[in-house]
Design a protein around this ligand. Sequence first.
Ligand code: ZN
Length: 141
Amino acid sequence: MAELDVRKPLPAITPEAKTFWDNAAEQKLTIQRCQACQAWVWTPKPLCNECGSDKVVWTPMSGKGEVYSFTVIRQVVGRAASKSFEPDIPYVIAWVDLEEGPRLITNIIGCPVDKVELGMKVTVQFEKASEKIWLPKFKPA
Ligand SMILES: [Zn+2]
């Protein structure tokens, strides 16, 4: 587990996303799924993006996926908050396709940045970012 670093900007726990963060704190990755049309709803919303139904239900994910795309961050620039990421350099920001379908923006951890590749199989690992927020990141499977 990464060292707790409260200087970094954290996601807001909105009413729509509270269940996501509550589940993440229990090491469970969940995504909303529309019960009317079966579409995945990500990011969290009260209504389905596809059909407008309010029958969106939090659904457990396997936590398995693969790297769709990624970039390696080798320097930080700009706002002061960005400086809080400096100790992590170099690090990877990636799109990960979950095996169930949804695509998340996340970090790849647990391997050298030059070992990350497209299509790499990964599995979720939650990192504690605050008392209430555990971030879903992904490591090589
Ligand atoms: Zn729908």
